[in-house]
Design a protein around this ligand. Structure first.
Ligand code: SAM
Length: 263
């Protein structure tokens, strides 16, 4: 197969990956089908093959962001997410981090358990991540302050003068509004039943890649990852097994303007 970047293919991702060279992808941001929660338009999902191909095509220092939740089967969480994370680890990936994608709205209510409002974002790296551009956030206070230092052996709190920085690295629980004008304001995206927020994909792309790096989504659905890669001047490659979803993805990506990034 003659594969080109900046393209979304209608193909089983295993076949696409088998046609790719070793060590070409800088970052994968993807979300697999969650247990059998949805049928989409019918799909074939062989996790072992997908993970081993992802390992082969990922560059040394490249990263896979695997966004996943679990089905609750008669009150019993499947923990498929954990099983998949362990499979990545057994295949050779480092489990660099286990991050949380917290949904600001539409949480899943249960009558006998706390309201479920998150999914996992497993950060799987091939060796140590080669790129980390941390997203910063403002600290509540900054400047010189008298801080209470750790208690000494005498049990007395010692105060020290230290500088609080105006910014700090964001923590690993990322919160996003979902639904229209949350996940995206692009109505076409909602023709797909299970999109993740554009900002989630964008935040990972900015963190783990630099302009012109290759960003991949093997199960791209409505094309969220590809759209955000294009917007941020990265190369993209996507595929989905459903022709309908690939059409939605192409519509969204073609409408999106690449931002001019000065570097
Ligand atoms: C959770 S959805 C992805 C949604 C996407 N992140 C978005 O924002 O639109 C999972 C997708 O995987 C696709 N899929 C399942 N098995 C596949 C396979 N073997 N190869 C390619 N795509 C597959 C489904 O058609 C579905 O669109």
């Amino acid at each position: 197969m003659n594969m080109e970047f900046n393209t979304i293919y209608n193909i089983n991702c295993v076949s696409l990956m088998k046609s790719m060279d070793d060590c070409v992808v800088d970052l994968t941001v993807t979300s697999p089908p969650y247990d059998e929660l949805r049928n989409y338009n019918g799909y074939v999902f062989n996790c072992e093959e997908i993970v081993s191909q992802l390992y082969r095509i990922t560059k040394k220092g490249g990263v896979v962001v695997w966004v996943v939740g679990d089905k609750i089967n008669k009150g019993n969480r499947t923990l498929t997410s954990f099983k998949q994370a362990l499979l990545f680890q057994q295949t050779g990936f480092n489990v660099h981090d286990v991050m949380i994608y917290k949904k600001k709205n539409t949480p899943f209510m249960r009558s006998n358990a706390y309201t479920s409002c998150y999914e996992f974002m497993f950060i799987l790296s091939k060796g140590t991540p080669k790129t980390f551009n941390p997203i910063m956030e403002k600290t509540a206070r900054h400047g010189l302050e008298m801080l209470v230092h750790n208690k000494g052996a005498d049990g007395i709190n010692k105060k020290v003068l230290a500088e609080l920085k105006p910014e700090k690295v964001k923590n690993n629980v990322w919160e996003y509004a979902v639904g229209l004008n949350g996940s995206t304001n692009d109505k076409d995206a909602f023709k797909h039943p299970a999109i993740f927020p554009e900002k989630l994909a964008e935040d990972h792309i900015l963190t783990w890649t630099n302009p012109n790096d290759l960003v991949f989504d093997p199960m791209c659905g409505s094309g969220t990852t590809c759209k955000m890669a294009k917007k941020n001047a990265r190369l993209y490659l996507g595929c989905d097994i459903s022709e309908d979803y690939v059409n939605i993805a192409n519509t969204r990506v073609n409408r999106c303007q690449k931002e001019i990034i000065y570097f």
